[in-house]
Design a protein around this ligand. Structure first.
Ligand code: COA
Length: 508
């Protein structure tokens, strides 16, 4: 019988509350002679604090008697099941360079397994392979402090500046959430009205870029054109390096950029279709104006609201690749346009923002609900990825996908019934073929269904995502610039051993 986690794990697990101090967490570690404490809320594992986290806090002189564990924990850690084989735990720990993993059975925390436990049963690998290196893809690595928002993968929850993003999308306007991101608090009624007026006035494309746009639009897809257009805009408006500019100026640039991106995108789209550009209307709110500029038809309220809700849900989402890119570029002191051009580039990849049109293409390829299982099975067995499924952080339902599925149902979106059937099939097939990976629909799966029902065509799905995400990116740029230190990590060199003598060039 292979050794399973249940045979190895330490139990009962030592737990603490996220509000407990690091000092009390350290005492529990010392008393139990263990290297980690699980942070739990009720039955849910929300994080893990290890000796390494204590060291990180000590290294920056944080007072352990006041510092809350929540601030230093690794949030939403991977978990193991008690019946998984020791080899699985080994792969998980060594691939991701974890030293401890919580063990969860039927949703309840039952133990903790550590590298030490595994090394105890077998000399599975030479000790020097268990390095301190960060995991591939920086999974779970905390690289910055932020007050913008956070994603809790195990709980299926994310927030903007402490407010549930889903609740904001349900109850507020996009402009209110934009204000929250930019100003740090939700607006009063008066502030909200003033912000709507102010941002509506910033929608016009500046003349230099406007003159160039017809030529640019002929050269690439709307997202590529946006990337170039933002670069041109930064030059035309003479945005200084963030290193030299002042915070107020940067915040103004951010507001203008967020306001003008929808105009650039919709103008590009129409120019590519050979249609006249439709100027923005200051009497329409952000989402309604977006649809107006895209189609030339004033949208019905349900469509404008559905798009607005999609946009609100996609403003920010932790340290996703494009946000991280924007912050890395800002950390060099480069200007806002440079940071956003980089972020747009990162977003364009199919593993990040480029998936929603591919998800609808997949629905087309599947054709009927009866074909779904065979199609998905074949794709996964041939090493393919099912677009709109899986997430680096969510190991449960993506709250954005749940919300958008409801939005699509309320709108009676044409594809929603089919999409719902395919979703269930994909989840079941992935659970069978990729056991333990916990793959569910992500935001992109229903994003396409909702956007299509609002009159947005497939080539505009990712660009539309870029419009709302610009609000998140710029918020992060402002935050990074305000507390900047150059982001400059290291890599482990794995090539041939240096130094080698440089060969003379071959004689000609
Ligand atoms: C989002 C995504 C990039 C996250 O990737 P990640 O955290 O790096 O996960 P990994 O690439 O390490 O994948 C882990 C395992 O799950 C599998 N997996 C992840 N997503 C999958 C998907 N959508 N379809 C099939 N298998 C998937 C991988 O093949 C891998 O299996 P393996 O352990 O047998 O090699 C990934 O889930 C994906 O490619 N999804 C499809 C693209 C998509 O929808 N992007 C939009 C994201 S919001």
């Amino acid at each position: 019988m292979p050794t399973v986690i249940r045979d190895l794990m330490s139990t009962p697990p030592v737990q603490a509350d996220g509000d407990d101090t690091l000092a009390s967490v350290a005492r529990r570690m010392a008393d139990a002679n263990i290297g980690s404490v699980i942070i739990a809320e009720g039955a849910d594992v929300v994080g893990i604090v290890t000796e390494r986290d204590l060291l990180r806090a000590a290294a920056v002189d944080r007072d352990p008697s006041t510092e809350p564990a929540r601030r230093w924990m690794t949030a939403s850690p991977d978990v193991l099941g008690p019946d998984e084989e020791a080899g699985v735990a080994w792969s998980n720990l060594s691939d991701h360079h974890y030293r401890h993993l919580p063990v969860v059975s039927d949703g309840a925390l039952v133990g903790v397994v550590s590298l030490r436990d595994l090394m105890g049963i077998a000399r599975l690998r030479p000790a020097d392979e268990t390095s301190e290196d960060v995991p591939r893809g920086l999974e779970g690595v905390v690289v910055a402090d932020t007050a913008v928002g956070d994603v809790r993968g195990l709980e299926g929850f994310f927030h903007y500046r402490q407010y549930s993003a889903v609740e904001l999308a349900a109850h507020r306007s996009l402009e209110d959430v934009w204000f929250l991101m930019a100003e740090g608090a939700l607006p009063t009624g008066e502030q909200s009205e003033a912000f709507v007026r102010r941002t509506a006035e910033l929608r016009s494309i500046p003349p230099g870029l406007s003159a160039l746009l017809p030529a640019l639009a002929g050269l690439g897809q709307p997202l590529d054109v946006l990337r170039t257009a933002v670069s041109v805009l930064g030059g035309e408006l003479a945005w200084p390096p963030t290193h030299d500019g002042d915070p107020h100026q940067l915040a103004e640039q951010a507001l203008q950029l967020c306001a003008v991106v929808p105009s650039i995108l919709t103008a590009t789209y129409r120019l590519r279709q050979g249609l006249a550009v439709i100027p923005p209307r200051s009497d329409l709110a952000y989402a309604a104006n977006y649809l107006w500029m895209l189609t030339g038809v004033e949208p019905i309220a349900a469509q404008a609201r559905a798009l607005e809700q999609y946009l609100m849900l996609t403003i920010d989402h932790g340290f996703n690749s494009s946000t991280f890119t924007a912050r890395v570029i800002t950390s060099t002191g480069a200007d806002l346009a440079a940071a956003i051009c980089g972020a747009i580039g990162a977003l364009s990849g199919p593993l990040h923002g480029g998936a929603p049109s591919r998800a609808l293409d997949m629905l087309d390829a599947i054709g009927t609900p009866e074909n779904a299982e065979a199609w998905v099975r074949d794709a996964v067995e041939h090493g393919g990825r099912i677009m709109g499924f899986g997430h680096r952080v969510y190991k449960t339902d993506d709250p954005r996908s749940l919300f958008l599925r409801d939005v699509a149902c309320q709108m009676d979106a044409p594809l929603v019934d089919f999409a719902t059937q395919v979703e269930q099939t994909v989840v079941d097939v992935l659970a069978e073929l990729k056991p333990g990976r916990r793959l569910y629909a992500n935001v992109e799966f229903y994003a396409g269904v909702v956007m299509a029902a609002c009159g947005v065509t497939r080539e505009m799905f990712t660009p539309t995502f870029a419009a709302s995400r610009t609000i998140g990116w710029t918020t992060h740029v402002v935050e990074q610039a305000a507390h900047n230190r150059l982001i400059r990590p290291a890599a482990r060199y794995v090539g041939p051993v240096p130094p080698q003598p440089v060969p003379e060039p071959a004689p000609r």
